[in-house]
Design a protein around this ligand. Structure first.
Ligand code: PEP
Length: 249
């Protein structure tokens, strides 16, 4: 199968310089499986990217949490993909549900961001996921397929994309999806990729799970055949992030 396990840490809008230094030092001292087994990517707030980039161990990588939809210019408050490339930041998270819901980022807008970031040479963690209301009304697959379709139509290089399935009801709530719930959606997403993109893309694209993953629940989730890793929010700020990285083996 050969999909390398992927563990992303989304620090969201958290941290002071001192706290960031502490997290980096915990990660730098951690004994984890080698980079052949697990790809680790941490995503600090923009202002800490240079600090983390220059102090984090070289086998872990750095991601931004967002970037602008096109070339930079008169877009107050935005950060362009070119700036991330200029800082040698290899990854960016796009389409996180907090941005989709709080900042009204629509499927098309997210897809345009993905297209532009990929065109600039960034690798993308593209997030999809349903709300509780959508799950309860039975439209989970319809919602995540529509989000994935918008992105897929604009992806130029699938090897630079990791798809993150993050049910909104599980993010920051402590209410993690069961292994069966995660596996079911990941299986369906892979099937969707096979039918709508290609068998090769379906086989090789990492589909990672996010939503209240922690040191205690990661092991069982990691055993699911279509779960290729995690996007971790709250627990990525704590020492247990190391245990989550270790769930790769
Ligand atoms: C996230 O923000 O991507 C996330 C999964 O958060 P948490 O792990 O805190 O639920």
């Amino acid at each position: 199968m050969g999909r390398k396990f992927f563990v992303g840490g989304n620090w969201k809008c958290n941290g002071t310089t001192e706290e960031v230094k502490k997290i980096v030092s915990t990660l730098n001292e951690a004994e984890v499986p080698s980079g052949d087994v697990v790809e680790v990517v941490v995503s600090p707030p923009f202002v800490f990217l240079p600090l983390v980039k220059s102090t984090l161990r070289p086998d872990f990588h750095v991601s931004a949490q967002n970037c602008w939809v096109k070339k930079g210019g008169a877009y107050t408050g935005e950060i362009s993909a070119e700036m991330l490339v200029n800082l040698s930041i290899p990854w960016v998270i796009l389409g996180h549900s907090e941005r989709r819901l709080i900042l009204s980022e629509a499927n098309e807008f997210v897809a345009d961001k993905v297209a532009y970031a990929l065109a600039q040479g960034l690798k993308v963690i593209a997030c999809v996921g349903e709300t509780l209301e959508q799950r309860e009304s039975g439209s989970t697959m319809e919602v995540v397929a529509a989000q994935t379709k918008a992105i897929a139509e604009k992806v130029s290089k699938w090897s630079d994309v990791v798809l993150a399935y993050e049910p909104v009801w599980a993010i920051g709530t402590g209410k993690v999806a069961t292994p069966a719930q995660a596996q079911e959606v990941h299986f369906e997403l892979r099937k969707w990729l096979k039918e709508n993109v290609s068998a090769e893309v379906a086989e090789t694209t990492r589909i990672i799970y996010g939503g209240s993953v922690n040191g205690a629940n990661c092991k069982i989730l990691a055993t699911q055949p279509d779960v290729d890793g995690f996007l971790v929010g709250g627990a990525s700020l704590k020492a247990e992030f190391v245990d989550i990285i270790k769930s790769a083996t």
